[in-house]
Design a protein around this ligand. Sequence first.
Ligand code: FE2
Length: 333
Amino acid sequence: MIVLGIESSAHTFGVGIVTEYKENFILADERIQYVPKHGGIHPRESSRFLAEKAPMVIEKAFEKASLQLDDVNAIAVALGPGLGPCLRVGATAARALASFLKKPLVPVNHAVAHIEIGLKMTGLQDPVVVYLSGGNTAVIAYVEKRYRIFGETLDIALGNLLDTFARETSLGPPYVVAGMHVVDKCAESGKKFLDDFPYVVKGQDVAFSGLLTTALRAYRRGLDIHDICLTMREIAYNSVLEVTARCLMHTRKKEVMLVGGVAASPILREKFAKMAEKYNAIVGVVPPQYAVDNGVMIAWTGLLAFKSGLTIDLRSAIVKQRWRVDEVEIIWK
Ligand code: FE2
């Protein structure tokens, strides 16, 4: 069985083609990324860029896989969550391909795909998943047919906190240099913790926008940027750590999986490794290439779903910007 997957939820247009082989299951992995000249991602600008490049990326994927159009058994697509205009680019391309090739269309939840490719890449069986990216901060665990959320951000995502601070203080872009976030790098020279930065954990949820405001105010007051970075990232990381620790205790799971662009932080990994040790748990980190948005994760999850009989009618394949991970029944487990 061969499945083609399309990802376009934010700044990446990715096309993956996968098979059922245990090893070398990736036949193609093509992606292009929209990089804004100023500020954050503007959904319309990004979607225009993705739409322009989409045909070329799809063509390249078939070329890399040495496949003919007709060789794929199904087309999978990320229908959400994400930015509406961007998601629609992938959905349109997938519907067109499925209709033209007369192949079934498989709906994939972007967050579920991050988890499934993570499991495939790390070999973990049943971890507590810590999903940290520019748009997401959630602690998730599989319980009774669903990936359930055991804690999430009430406002902005952890990646958004770090990137926005970097942008407003001219530390970035680029935000990640040699595998390290510029805020982590800047924090290395921090000497002391600053007072009155808010540590917000409400029940099992975290919040970062107050922390961002406080950090930016401190910067504008002229406090040392290294101390600000150190204080901000320690508070942010530790709050996610606290929520994860409680989830481990509650679910009694013995694995932790870090996934998403922010998970690449070596500082974060070290903190999680130390914490997990206390609970006799092991930590698996999804390789950076597959921790960020890509088409392979959509294709792989699409393959799992398709094998369990999931397809969607072309007419019903519309995007869902706020499609939560816990709304999806995991029929392949
Ligand atoms: Fe993502």
